[in-house]
Write a protein of this length. Structure first.
Length: 150
């Protein structure tokens, strides 16, 4: 499998089933409700700017995705930060550069929108994901994520 055979494009609402399938392959659990909420925010919000991407083979099969958020602020001024909410690569295509290609395209796209920072959250115990983000030049931020269990 050659990384060159994978192209990156903006996510469309028609990608819903493919995104759910990739996510299920990664997590071994189906989360259509989670993606229904994400896709509603992505494609039905008037203030949303497209930033989410999919990786697809030449035949159109989606093998990875990244979902991010960037909203227009007051008076049409862009926020300087975006969030990377979810990333997934079909396990068969992991370790082939697909995730890195998605991240790089995501970053290039955000740079064109004058974004200065990207935030994401990673579970402290998810070493594979922490390593992936570290390899792609993410580092701990100066912001502390706080939680309170109820």
């Amino acid at each position: 499998m050659n990384e060159g055979n994978i192209s990156i494009r903006l996510m469309k609402s028609e990608d819903f089933d493919s995104v759910v399938q990739v996510d299920e392959k990664v997590l071994q659990v189906s989360r259509p409700e989670y993606y229904q909420m994400k896709f509603e925010m992505l494609f039905q919000s008037e203030s949303y700017l497209p930033t989410s991407l999919v990786a697809e083979k030449e035949d159109g099969t989606v093998v990875g995705f990244v979902i991010g958020s960037l909203y227009v602020g007051e008076y049409g001024i862009f926020q300087e930060a975006a969030t990377l909410d979810t990333i997934g690569v079909d396990p068969y295509y992991q370790k082939m550069g697909v995730g890195e290609k998605l991240i790089n395209e995501f970053i290039d796209h955000l740079r064109k929108l004058d974004v200065q920072k990207i935030y994401t959250l990673v579970d402290w115990d998810d070493i594979r994901l922490i390593n992936f983000f570290s390899e792609n030049h993410f580092k701990p931020s100066q912001t502390i994520n706080l939680e309170r269990r109820l």
